[in-house]
Design a protein around this ligand. Structure first.
Ligand SMILES: Nc1ncnc2c1ncn2[C@@H]1O[C@H](COP(=O)(O)OP(=O)(O)OP(=O)(O)O)[C@@H](O)[C@H]1O
Ligand SMILES: [Mg+2]
Length: 261
């Protein structure tokens, strides 16, 4: 059985790679002047190559908003987001679209594959959208990396949930992005397959120096991270780094849900 304490060989918290994502005093307000929701209320955080960070917090604490602002899917009301040296606030909508396409990878809970396309075509899609060549060798190698070399011609309907998520991971990595954002990547998978997918994500971080930021509700999922940021009411209220255990994370979450502070 999987231990809830991860025992990775590296000490990413002590020896982080270069900073790839930085948020500075990010606020995101919704609503009108009369009634404003502070979805994010001054978040400052940096994320380094070769690290996996989990974002946790009670429902409504701002996790999805943080992910969307950090990934350039939404614009903060105030503050700055820098990815790979580029200030997202300096980009036009078109520039932002290009940056997302080329420098950011996404893995979603619902896989979000294109049902009419084969696994191979799904993985090639980000390159095609970017107007780049999608050499079959490169795409096949990406599928082989996630253990799906023999499924290249299958459509999503002919793949299991875990296989679909592996295709989505290959797709997220095909442009060699600076950062991969994952939103509940194992939310639709059973325990065993979840552990496989998390092990795979962990390997990408450890072996390829990938920067990864993952939103999750699940303390066991968070235990695969090097660092856990806890959000409450749109602020980072706590942070665990180093040996992150599911038990510690669960205890902190229980306390936050009882009294966010
Ligand atoms: N488009 C929007 N318009 C108005 N308010 C919004 C919008 N999106 C989010 N909010 C509000 O911002 C706050 C943070 O929402 P967010 O979706 O980031 O939370 P979350 O931590 O992801 O929650 P959950 O765990 O339920 O997914 C909530 O109060 C939410 O109601
Ligand atoms: Mg959410």
């Amino acid at each position: 059985m999987h231990s809830t304490t991860r025992t990775g060989g590296r000490d990413a918290a002590a020896h982080p790679g270069p900073e790839t994502v930085r948020l500075t005093a990010v606020r995101r307000l919704y609503g009108t002047a009369a009634r404003t929701v502070k979805a994010l209320d001054g978040v400052t955080a940096s994320f380094h190559a070769g690290t996996l960070t989990a974002i946790m917090g009670p429902s409504g604490s701002g996790k999805s908003t943080l992910l969307q602002c950090a990934a350039g899917l939404d614009r903060p009301t105030d503050g700055t987001v820098v990815i790979d040296g580029t200030d997202l606030g300096s980009l036009s909508e078109h520039g932002l679209t290009l940056l997302r396409r080329e420098r950011v990878g996404f893995v979603f809970q619902a896989f979000n594959l294109v049902s009419a396309l084969t696994a191979e075509q799904n993985v090639a899609l980000p390159l095609r959208l970017a107007g780049r060549a999608a050499p079959p060798g490169l795409v096949r190698a990406a599928l082989a990396e996630v253990g799906l070399a023999d499924r290249a011609g299958h459509r999503p309907s002919g793949l299991s949930g875990g296989e679909q998520q592996r295709v989505a991971i290959a797709r997220a990595l095909i442009t060699k992005p600076a950062v991969v954002f994952a939103d509940e990547p194992t939310g639709q998978l059973d325990y065993r397959v979840s552990r496989q997918i998390l092990g795979m994500l962990r390997g990408l971080v450890d072996d390829h120096g990938q920067t990864m930021i993952m939103v999750t509700h699940d303390p066991v999922t968070a235990s695969y991270a090097d660092r856990v940021l806890f959000l409450a009411d749109g602020r980072v209220v706590d942070e665990y780094a180093g040996t992150v255990t599911a038990e510690l994370v669960a205890a902190r979450m229980t306390a936050l849900e009882a009294a966010p502070c």
